[in-house]
Each structure stands twice: as C-alpha cells, then as structure tokens.
Design a protein around this ligand. Structure first.
Ligand SMILES: Nc1nc2c(c(=O)[nH]1)N[C@H]1C(S)=C(S)[C@@H](COP(=O)(O)O)O[C@H]1N2
Ligand SMILES: [Mo]
Length: 427
C-alpha cells in the first residue's frame, strides 16, 4: 500500500519536472522577461480598477449562470451555404475556444433533421417492441428506477470534415472539425431495458426511432446494443439540452453520430437491418468503382490542432508558443499524437494531458519556440489499436473523391509570418 503511494508520487514529480524542463526549453524565461517589465508601468496593475472599487452583483443575480460577457464570441456557428433551412441543418462546436476534453452543454454542435422537438417529460414514452417476449412502454420515472452508468464519450457526425474531401475549403477548425462534442452521459444501459423485455432467440438488430418530426431511425446490431449503449438523460450532470434530445437519447459510443437517436421514442427488435434512409441514401460512401460502403459505424482515429488555427491566430511575434488540439478514436484511447511544424518533414511527440478514456476526446499540447517564420502544422493520432491517422491523399487513394462521410485525414494549417493561419493541403 505505502509502496504504491510512493510510486504514484514519484511519477507526478518526474512528469512535472519534465513539463517544466520542456516549457523552459521552449523559452519560458522569455515570457517571464516581458511579464517582469509590465509590473513597472502597466495601468492595469498600477491603477485601481472598477471591479475592485465597487461592490459587485450579489448572489441570485443569475440563478442559472452564464459565461462572462467577454466570452460572447464563444458560440456555435453555422455555415450559410450549408444551411438550406435551419430545421434540417447543422452548426459547429467552437473547438478553438475550448480546452480540456469536456464540451460545455451550451456549445455542443447541433444536427437536426426536423428541428428541436419540445418533448414534455410527463408525456415521454419509450416503447420496446418486435422480437421480444413482452412489449414494454417506459415512462421517465420507470427509467429512473434502473441502475445507472456514467461515461464520457465523443459524438462525431460522420459528415464532420466532409466538405474537405476534395480540398481545403473552410477556414477554421470550428467548421472543418466542429461536428464533434464530448460529454459525460448519465443513463441506463440499453442492455437492462432489452433484458427486461426479453429478447427472442432470433433477435439480431434493433431499430431506435426518434420522437421528433423526422422520426429518424437507424439499424443497430444487437451486439452493440448489448455492449456499451445507454439511454441517457443527463449530460455533464444536468438534464439533456432540448437540442441534444431532451428528455432521453441513445448513446452509441465510438459510432457515427447519426445513430445516436435523440428524443428516442421506440426501439424495435428484429432479425435483419431495416435499411432506413439514413443508412442507404445517406451515411454510405460511393467508391470509385460505383459500389458504396455501408454500415461504416465506427469512427476512425482523428485529430486536429485547435490552436493555432484560422480563427485563433498567433498574436505574438515569436518565442514561446502553445500548440494544442484534440484527438479521438471510436475504437479505444489515444496513447500518442505526433506533431509536425514543417508539413511532415520532422515529427515530434505531443504531450498528452488530462484523462485518457475509451471513445472520448483526448487533449494534447506541444510547447515550442516560434522563430517567427511560416509553419505548416499537422497532427497525427495513433490509437490504442495501433491504427495511424492517414493523410488526405491516402484516404482519396483508398476511397476516391465521391465521399463526404468519414474524412479523418490529417489537417494542415499554414501559419504565416504575421501569425495569421490558413487551411491548406500539402502533398
Ligand atoms: N431524432 C433524431 N435523432 C438524431 C438526429 C435527428 O435529426 N433526429 N440527428 C442525428 C445526427 S445526423 C447526428 S450527427 C447527431 C447529432 O447530435 P447532436 O445534435 O447532439 O450534436 O444526432 C443524431 N440523432
Ligand atoms: Mo450526422
């Protein structure tokens, strides 16, 4: 026991020492230099500010708290030419404004096929029918009486980065990679509900169906439904947001976002897939030979540098610079991310930080000393199965140029001398 404790302590100390060493190597002393000069003459430090002179708001000024008014720019954004009608559309998570691995509830990207359903929790019902011993209908109260599980999972729309298949297009990681969020879900394992209904021996598939006006449905193989799927009713500790499927949604860890049925009202159990619209005309990939890939459920390992990026340019001239980003895999964890500053000539290991959880976003950092010259930034994720994130050219060679979905190619950001950043491709 005591020996174990000691080992843990040593680990923390040595990794902290490594971190300090690397940040000094990256020029930490330089930051300290300009910070010291500021102490002499900066009015923000030599003058008394209003917030120190006057009393502030008391408690209850905001019974439900909101971000500081100086953070008003941290919002979901849509792309006008992708928005035919807002009820059947998407917006994007502001990844470049966030840190750590959890996406705050108010900025989780949204994807709706028929707008946000406003479901009254008292009238919420979840039916299980089809190949079961007894058909069941659960209320919210019924669901609350089953044992619960908490898990942090990313949800990525299969169309994330889809606009980038043929070339660099959208200027900002919010738009190129922002159809992803990472949330702690609380819910009932779907397995418990299916077992309650009793599966017939020929049961092989389930069809979850949404209670919104689109009634969106997908076929999910039974092995996944019995593995790690949840009927979730909480996100990051509070009730699901209406946009995310209040009062209950399906969580399908590691698999494409389209399967995570929101406002879920029914689960039919069957012996074959249904081949619904969302798994035939949509969410399939037309290959070069005219055939289409189908049931591309798992999200392949992917990463993106969130800072610097087109919406988050470098503001200093040179010296110590923090590069950070996100990496994830639908097949496990991300033990390693590599970084290049020169378009792939030299690679460096990024520093992984924060929890490393299955089918969750991972945070990485790379502290470096910028010489003020142009850079070609890329990140490359390697997941716990050993899979290495491919280049965009490798993806096109394997799958052609007709695809939209499942673009997990390496993203390149061009940092100019001015510190401005642009979406580009290198080949
Ligand atoms: N009922 C229902 N479920 C749905 C959708 C929908 O339109 N209706 N959109 C799907 C798609 S395509 C995605 S990518 C995710 C988006 O989840 P989010 O809005 O919480 O980000 O929900 C999925 N579940
Ligand atoms: Mo999606």
């Amino acid at each position: 026991m005591s020996r174990k404790k000691q080992t843990i302590n040593t680990d923390i100390t040595s990794s902290r020492r490594d971190f300090l060493k690397s940040s000094i190597a990256a020029g930490g002393a330089l930051v300290a230099g300009s910070a010291a000069a500021r102490a002499e003459s900066d009015p923000a430090i030599t003058q008394v500010q209003d917030w120190a002179r006057y009393l502030g708001d008391g408690v209850d000024a905001a019974p439900y708290g909101k971000p500081s008014e100086y953070e008003k720019h941290v919002i979901r954004r849509s792309v006008p030419w992708l928005t035919a009608s807002t009820e059947s559309s998407i917006n994007f998570t502001p990844l470049h404004e966030l840190d750590g691995i959890i996406t705050p509830n108010g900025v989780c990207f949204e994807r709706h096929h028929g707008g946000v359903a406003e479901v009254e929790p008292d009238k919420y019902r979840l039916m299980i029918n089809g190949l079961v011993e007894k058909q069941l209908v659960f209320t919210m109260e019924d669901l609350m009486r089953f044992p619960r599980k908490n898990q942090i999972n990313f949800l990525e729309c299969a169309a994330n980065s889809g606009m980038e298949w043929r070339g660099a297009q959208l200027n900002g990681c919010q738009f190129t990679h922002g159809m992803v969020h990472n949330v702690m879900y609380t819910g009932v394992p779907l397995r418990y509900l299916l077992e309650e209904a009793g599966l017939k021996t020929n049961a092989k598939w389930i069809m979850p169906e949404g209670g919104d006006s689109s009634g969106m449905n997908r076929s999910v193989p039974l092995f996944k439904a019995l593995d790690d799927c949840l009927i979730a009713f909480k996100m990051n500790g509070e009730a699901l947001r209406p946009e995310q499927g209040y009062p209950a949604r399906l969580v399908v860890p590691g698999w494409e976002g389209n399967m995570w049925v929101k406002w879920i009202r029914r689960i039919e159990v069957g012996d074959m897939p249904w081949h619904a619209r969302e798994e035939t005309s949509k969410y399939t990939d037309l290959m070069e030979n005219g055939k289409a890939r189908r049931f591309t459920w798992e999200m392949d390992a992917k990463s993106v540098i969130t800072n610097p990026s087109p919406q988050a340019p470098i503001k200093h001239k040179k010296g110590p610079t923090v590069l950070t980003g996100l990496a994830w895999s639908g097949r496990g964890t991300i033990p390693r991310v590599d970084i290049t500053l020169d378009g792939g000539r030299n690679w460096h290991k990024a520093r992984m930080d924060g929890p490393s959880l299955e089918k969750s976003l991972h945070r990485f950092y790379y502290e470096f000393d910028w010489n003020g010259e142009p850079l070609l930034l890329q990140s490359r994720a390697i997941d716990s199965t050993g899979y290495i994130q491919p280049t965009k050219d490798e993806l096109r060679a394997a799958r052609g140029v007709n695809s939209i979905y499942h673009n997990n190619g390496i993203q390149t950001w061009h940092v100019k001398k001015t510190g401005e950043v642009e979406n580009v491709e290198v080949s």
